[in-house]
Design a binder for this molecule. Structure first.
Ligand code: FES
Ligand SMILES: [Fe+2]
Length: 355
């Protein structure tokens, strides 16, 4: 009988074998995990530009889509049905979708409107000439799409917990845009995100703002929620009456959704990180920031974002080098501090049944 790669009991489980971080065939085998829900943009970005080509989705799973606001938001294929030119190449406020290659024109619901020099074609246009529409999920002001082959995510449960923050009213701040290349496997970026165990060692500044002993990790189907408690007198959320966390001094909610999306809620607003796999030893991280209260942005747990980010990147790049060692294969989990990493590894190994 085959045993599970990652034991359900964290006290006996061993971590992912190092080949998960180094072997190109494992890297390829895991690509299907990106076919489920993926973050596109916040509604404030869509209010600035009516058409947003989602470049990072193309980097993640190869799909070229455009998020646009017609009467309602829609996600359409961004690939012309003639010979495959990408239609929208940069965010814009245009009201028509016209291909820049040979002039094919689509209405904003994706139906073909006009194509020059096709009068003599037979059986044209047909439904195959329209742009494919992809599913759209709107959640707390954010838009997501899916290739339809991933797990369902517990949107309602999370909205009950975090909806009091009203992220749908936050303002997009382009100054906070970042796109970093990290010389490490994407799994290492996620592993590192899913534990606060390293905070005292890697992030001395953040450690001042968080009460490390009060750090909480909750796992659920589809993700992990980590709750950072504030040190005395530091800035915290105003939790409404009856909220499950009422009475606690919370400095940050760190939400990860499978497999590569991170939503960091702070009293000042929200930062989103999306991890893009590039190769066994390289990934890219997209950052977006949405502000609720600009005055709070310099205070508390979310104020040193760039510093914290560089510290994380430094440590995971060193871990990537460690993964190539013949002397290291698997480690063990801390039962009290690494529940999130254990949960992620179990989800991954269940996806990737290959031994
Ligand atoms: S590829 Fe778009 S009109 Fe030819
Ligand atoms: Fe960190």
């Amino acid at each position: 009988m085959s045993r599970e790669l990652i034991d359900a009991d964290i006290r006996t489980a061993r971590t992912l074998p190092s080949r998960y971080y180094t072997d190109p065939s494992v890297f390829e085998g895991l690509k299907s995990v990106f076919n489920g829900w993926q973050f596109l943009a916040h509604n404030d970005e869509l209010s600035i530009n009516a058409m947003l080509p989602i470049e990072h989705l193309q980097a993640i799973n190869g799909e070229s889509v455009v998020l646009l606001s017609d009467e309602a938001p829609r996600v359409l294929s961004n690939v012309c049905t003639h010979r495959g030119m990408r239609l929208v190449l940069e965010p814009c406020t245009k009201k028509t979708l016209q291909c820049r290659y040979h002039g094919r024109n689509f209405s904003l619901n994706g139906t073909l409107r006009h194509m020059p020099e096709f009068e003599q074609s037979i059986g044209f246009p047909s439904s195959a000439d329209n742009l494919r529409e992809f599913p759209l999920k709107q959640w707390m002001g954010m838009h997501f799409t899916t290739l339809g082959k991933g797990m369902e995510l517990p949107w309602d449960m999370l909205e009950k917990r975090l909806g009091f923050l009203s992220p749908e009213s936050f303002t997009y701040d382009a100054e906070r845009d970042r796109d970093h290349t990290v010389e490490a496997n994407w799994l290492l970026y996620v592993d590192n995100y899913l534990e606060g165990f390293h905070i005292p060692y890697v992030h001395p500044e953040l450690n001042q703002a968080l009460d490390y002993s009060g750090y909480i990790t909750e796992t659920f189907d589809g993700g992990v929620l980590q709750i950072g408690k504030a040190t005395k007198g530091d800035i915290t959320f105003d939790l409404p009456q009856g909220h499950p966390d009422e009475g606690q001094e919370i400095a940050a909610y760190y939400l990860w959704l499978f497999p590569n999306m991170m939503f960091n809620f702070y009293p000042w607003g929200l930062s989103v990180n999306v991890v893009m796999p590039v190769s066994t030893k390289r990934c890219r991280i997209l950052y977006r920031g949405y502000v609720k209260d600009a005055e709070l942005a310099g205070q508390g747990a979310g104020s040193e974002l760039d510093t914290v980010e560089h510290q994380d990147q430094w440590v995971i790049e060193e871990v990537q080098k460690g993964m190539a060692s013949s002397a290291y294969d698997r480690g063990r989990y801390s039962p009290t501090k690494e529940q999130g990493v254990h949960h992620f590894h179990r989800m991954l190994s269940q996806f990737n049944q290959a031994p």
